[in-house]
Design a protein around this ligand. Structure first.
Ligand code: SF4
Ligand code: SF4
Length: 188
């Protein structure tokens, strides 16, 4: 019997490759000291240490990076950025990986990306989070009626304690939007 040929690897996505290259540049001078891993308050939620993830990225082991949960567990606390002896912009690099994950429409990052979008819209609108409005925007963006149902019991408890004030989402981006405009191209 003639063995069937091995399936060819799909060609790399040029947009993805360019974005990954930008992030690689940010961490190119990593010396693998491990300070970022030792400093990260979310390390216990990560399936790969940040130090190892940067190494994989620099070795072009991109599939392993994107199949890991590590960057999606980053809460942008900036501790690693402050402590990295090479002064690398690690929080920015983590954010870049999250953006790639979301823009690739990976199902597991979709919810996190929409939540982040609703959060940032709320901040641009008011300079603070209005929880009820933010969650309304998030649920509308999700277009999945089952998700709000999962929060219903908590919503009722918060309403009973007068912790939520129902409001309709406001229109427009609000008075603070101009502060965010220089950052918007980096979010694309
Ligand atoms: S702290 Fe900086 S130099 Fe050290 S492993 Fe992390 S990224 Fe690399
Ligand atoms: S910015 Fe992210 S990766 Fe860095 S220490 Fe904070 S949570 Fe960890």
């Amino acid at each position: 019997m003639i063995p069937s040929p091995k399936p060819e690897k799909p060609a790399p996505d040029p947009v993805l490759s360019a974005r990954v290259a930008q992030i690689k540049d940010l961490v190119a001078s990593c010396i693998q000291c491990g300070t970022c891993s030792a400093s990260c308050p979310n390390l216990c939620f990560m399936d790969m240490t940040p130090r190892k993830m940067w190494r994989f990225l620099l070795c072009d082991r991109v599939e392993e990076v994107f199949s890991s949960d590590t960057f999606s567990m980053c809460s942008s606390c900036y501790v690693c950025t402050l402590r990295c002896p090479r002064g690398l912009p690690l929080t920015r690099a983590m954010a870049g990986l999250k953006q790639i994950g979301f823009h690739l429409h990976m199902a597991r990052f979709r919810r996190a990306g929409l939540f982040y979008g609703a959060f940032m819209d709320n901040i641009a609108q008011y300079g603070r989070v209005r929880e009820m409005e933010m969650m309304t925007r998030y649920f509308l963006a999700l277009k999945d009626p089952l998700v709000p149902l999962g929060y219903a019991a908590m919503g009722v408890r918060l309403l009973a304690k007068n912790k939520l004030r129902p409001r309709l989402p406001s229109r427009g981006r609000g008075k603070l939007a101009h502060l965010f405009e220089p950052l918007d191209p980096q979010e694309q």
